[in-house]
Write a protein that binds this ligand. Structure first.
Ligand SMILES: [Zn+2]
Length: 331
């Protein structure tokens, strides 16, 4: 050991002579390799011992002892009922939304740890069960679960109806439209309809009031593609044709989008270019025109919202002045 450490120090000093400060690392590296080798040797020895009858029986006994100790002390470390505090046992536990309870506490409100009982439990809270217990009410698991399912279905149906209503409205009344984004100056709302883009979730849409739009930002990422051409000079028919080198630069755009910032930290992104697009292409010209129109529309939205806000403030100011005059009237 001492030999290894002194060896490492010497190695560090020796290497630093040749490689500068970085050479000092040779010492710790040397020690680390030695340590790893020692650990590897010990592990190998341990494994060899493990395969003997002695190793097997001692390890086996240790595992059995650990299991017995854990089982005996289960009361101390096991999960406990959120209501009575008794240790929970597998098969006699109900898993609620926000905690576990024992079958005895669950039984007091008529719940059993069977399949329908556990389904109902998954949408119940500990407080709900406690309140039912105190009021002497029972919970009918089947009824509770079915009621929940109906509620989910109703919510879905309401959402579907709302979507179709919005879609119909914006289709008829929109003042501007860019793909799946509708503007409506009359109701002063924006409608993002992503239902067609989504296959998994049926109705994906968002509605914003004009006044929710705080700001927007155009984000553009430029990339230049540089191609290097080299032609070597050559003698042809007695004449020398000199070689040349050429760097051709193709300016491209790899990303072009507008990010909208709404109140309550909501964001929307409209991507116009995703992937390489040459700047001399027709599609890039189209994207720029579209972006210009989009930005004009967002400016228009912000203008309307600001105008409304100013009008509202004026109303408040007027009200304030009126009050002020009243209170400052001489007595
Ligand atoms: Zn309990």
């Amino acid at each position: 050991m001492l030999l290894a450490i002194s060896g490492a120090i010497f190695l560090g000093w020796f290497c630093s002579r040749f490689f500068g400060a970085i050479g000092y690392w040779a010492g710790p590296l040397f020690l680390a390799i030695m340590a790893l080798q020692a650990v590897g040797r010990m592990l190998r020895l341990f494994w060899q011992w493990q395969l003997t009858i002695w190793g097997l029986s001692i390890t086996g006994t240790m595992i059995v002892v650990i299991i017995v100790v854990l089982a005996k002390t289960h009361d101390r470390w096991g999960a406990k009922c959120a209501i009575c505090g008794q240790v929970l046992h597998i098969g006699q536990t109900l898993y609620l939304k926000d905690g576990h309870i024992c079958a005895i506490c669950a039984g007091k409100v008529g719940l059993k740890p069977d399949s329908i009982g556990n389904k109902a439990a998954s949408i119940l809270t500990v407080d709900h069960v406690k309140a039912s217990q105190q009021a002497g009410r029972t919970i009918d698991a089947t009824e509770f679960w079915q009621h929940h399912q109906t509620r989910i279905k109703e919510r879905e149906e309401a959402r579907t109806a709302e979507y179709h209503q919005l879609k119909t409205y914006f289709k008829q009344h929109h003042t501007a439209r860019y793909g799946s984004l509708y503007f409506d100056d009359q109701s002063k709302r924006l409608f993002f309809d992503e239902t067609l883009k989504n296959i998994i979730y049926k109705y994906v849409y968002r509605v914003y009031d004009y006044r929710d739009l705080i700001d927007y930002q155009v984000k553009q990422h430029n990339v230049d593609i540089i191609e290097h051409t080299k032609v070597v000079g050559a003698f042809v028919n007695g004449g020398y044709y000199p070689g040349y080198e050429n760097d051709s630069v193709t300016p491209t755009v790899s990303e072009y989008k507008v990010v909208l910032y709404f109140s309550q930290e909501r964001e929307e992104t409209i991507t116009l270019v995703d992937g390489r697009l040459k700047k001399d292409s027709l599609r890039w010209a189209w994207a720029q025109r579209r972006m210009k129109k989009l930005c004009a529309s967002f400016d228009h939205v912000i203008d309307i919202a600001n105008h409304d806000l100013a009008a509202e403030n004026a109303k408040h100011t007027h009200y304030y002045h009126k009050n002020f005059k009243m209170t400052s009237r001489p007595h």
